[in-house]
Write a protein that binds this ligand. Sequence first.
Ligand code: PEP
Ligand code: MN
Length: 337
Amino acid sequence: MIVVMQRGATQAQLGEVVRRVEELGFRAHVSQGEERTIVGIIGDERPLAAEPLEALDGVEQVLPILQPFKLASRDFRSANTVVSLNGVKIGGREIVVIAGPCAVESREQIRETAYAVREAGARVLRGGAFKPRTSPYSFQGLGREGLELLHEAAEEVGLPVVTEVMSPADVELVGEHAQMLQIGTRNMLNYSLLHAVGRSGRPTLLKRGFSSTIQELLMAAEYILSNRNYNLVLCERGIRTFETATRNTLDINAVPVLKQLTHLPVIVDPSHATGKWQYVGAAARAAVAAGADGLIVEVHPHPERALSDGAQSLKPEAFVKLMAELRRVAEAVDRTL
Ligand code: PEP
Ligand code: MN
């Protein structure tokens, strides 16, 4: 349910609505828009039916949110959410490119990549320290050491970083080293992790589960938002289909669908979506044309030696070329890059 306040309602009237909602045992989420202030009432709403909230001063109307995702929906917040990482704004007019290796492998590797992607125009550095691998025998990431190397390289080049967190116990540690936490495709349904990341209040990148629907992604987002963490960006990274020519199938439809349903920024990962560096450029250009707010791209200085995902990693030269192409596509859709 949402309570729409009248234009010009006072802070005192708003405070009274919030107080009443909380007295009834609900969480009140206030969304202060340019035009209107909205109070989202979150919880099992059935007992509210008998409550005459409309009678409170300053209230214009009380409306149901029909979608099962409440705080993620455009009914709750109509304007786009912008998530800021050290001044880099995701969800505005600029298309933000995040780039870096799949995994942090060594000081030299992450440093070299950080310089290369920054030179090419990436605004955020990526690199995994805790790697969720399909096989327990594959490289699992450098863990704490990887976080430190990532942090060091990012500071040196002056970029914010995003890196994956796999367990609620590591949220604090990862948060100390990164400006943005990533929840990977395999953990989209890990509810205790979603709660922990939500409670941390830290900017978060939530990737779509490879077998999850768009609605399930938005319900996972709801776990984070319901902990009052609105610093959330969604990522389409390809889903599993019957197709075997590519690692996953990029669901390009997800971009306009999500942009319509939610106020949260939406980015695309063309690297995991295709699994082959040869197709990354086309998928990335399509994502920008479709309205994505950004991209997350794997880049490695020596893909043939990469400890993970070498086949889908762009060499720095290919990344430079892609950025030039993306600038032209961005301009065509009235965005900057
Ligand atoms: C990643 O971005 O490092 C990653 C593992 O991606 P995904 O969770 O989408 O597979
Ligand atoms: Mn990867």
